[in-house]
Design a protein around this ligand. Structure first.
Ligand code: IPE
Ligand code: IPE
Ligand code: MG
Length: 254
């Protein structure tokens, strides 16, 4: 990818930022990639043209995550509520993972990226499941960036299904009521083997979670930008990382 450095600390201070200079890098970055439809509309294009452009930005963002030494990148790609969109748009969105992997999987493998998903995987169409399962299998031994797609993901559904599984296991006498704590509940979520996100980015100017990682974002730093997802780039990403540098995370302490 072409390098777009230098970036500057502020308009007054004309000093470029290097990846090594970021001392406080978030280990896990989660992104709500929003604004594809509006991006397309601004150009008089169909909404799916925005999703296509957004797909290429996903690849660029993966490269940025590697460059800036992020460990985990979780991308909200399709929500449980997105099924309510017109049928052709839903189908297009659910075919995108296959197209994305068809084009970019060899590169992701070369870059030591491991692919995972969170969400209700079983309810996805076969063409999505097969492509994603193949990619998971192919990358399962990679130990570089963990690229985690939230696919058919909804936080309330996740918590509900965790509660149901906990109740079943309780019935099977696997534990007592006293043993049900935050740690146990976390183990029943899709994210059971993941650290919580340190930084959440949402593009397109909306300032809401839209049912994304409600439990896991309890102490995450939020960063919002008006930029629409297909326009997301290194400069914006660095802006978010720079802002994160100065956040004081107290976790309820002083
Ligand atoms: C984000 O862009 C992609 C998905 C939600 C799948 P949108 O499609 O929500 O774009 P806007 O919000 O309508 O502009
Ligand atoms: C959130 O965006 C879901 C994804 C980015 C996949 P939406 O566009 O679906 O969210 P709302 O409807 O504006 O809250
Ligand atoms: Mg949207």
């Amino acid at each position: 990818m072409p390098m777009k450095l230098p970036f500057f600390r502020s308009k007054k201070e004309a000093q470029p930022i290097q990846a090594e200079e970021l001392t406080n890098v978030p280990e896990h970055v989660a992104i709500i990639m929003d604004g594809n439809g509006r991006w397309a509309k601004q150009r008089g294009l169909p909404r799916i043209a925005g999703h296509k452009a957004g797909m290429d930005v996903v690849k660029e963002t993966v490269e940025l995550a590697i460059k800036y030494k992020i460990n985990v990148l979780t991308l909200f790609a399709f929500s449980t509520e997105n099924w309510s969109r017109p049928k052709h748009e839903v189908e297009y969105l659910l075919r995108l993972p296959k197209e994305f992997l068809h084009i970019y999987l060899p590169d992701l493998i070369k870059n030591n990226v491991r692919i995972e998903t969170i969400g209700d995987f079983d309810s996805l169409p076969n063409y999505t499941k097969e492509a994603v399962q193949y990619a998971k299998e192919k990358t399962k031994n990679n130990d570089g960036l963990l690229l985690n797609f939230a696919l058919n993901y909804g936080s309330r559904k996740e918590i509900l299904s965790a509660i149901k599984s906990i109740m079943k296991d309780f019935d099977d006498e696997k534990f007592s009521v006293e043993q049900v704590d935050e740690n146990l509940l976390s183990q029943y979520l899709y994210t059971h083997d993941l650290q919580d996100p340190d930084l959440l980015i949402r593009t397109s100017g909306e300032q809401r979670l839209s049912n994304f990682l409600l439990w896991q974002l309890a102490y995450t730093e939020f960063w919002f930008t008006d930029i629409l997802w297909p326009d997301f780039n290194e400069e914006i990403f660095v802006e978010a990382l720079m802002d994160y540098q100065n956040r004081s995370r107290r976790f309820g302490g002083i």
